[in-house]
Design a protein around this ligand. Sequence first.
Ligand SMILES: [Zn+2]
Length: 140
Amino acid sequence: MSKSEGKEGLSENQNDDKWRNELSDEAYEITRKAGTEAAFTGKYWDTKTPGIYQCVCCAAELFESDTKYDSGSGWPSFYAPIKQEVLATKTDGTRGMQRTEVLCATCDAHLGHVFPDGPQPTGLRFCMNSASLNLVASEE
Ligand SMILES: [Zn+2]
């Protein structure tokens, strides 16, 4: 066994070097540093392709295209996750706003925020960053 130094005690998800190596700069900044892409710039804000949106970090299945809707925000928006358990939330008081941050429950990736102004049946708007997601198109 090597002497514990630096990264040895960290779990995979906390290993910053691992993510820095595996992710694009943009995806790293958003998912691991809670960044936000500019509205209308992400690759999925206007996407209507049927499929499953996975976590860009760990490939957990997060959203189905069926629940994606046009919120007009410029970010991909969904009214429900694929399953409640795939997401984790925490209160985010930064930028002078009381918001609810949405994270991947599997790997703690920052995904975006959830707001209570979405359409029925949930009334929720999961406002995600395209860079946090990877769309796997369903086969027709
Ligand atoms: Zn993940």
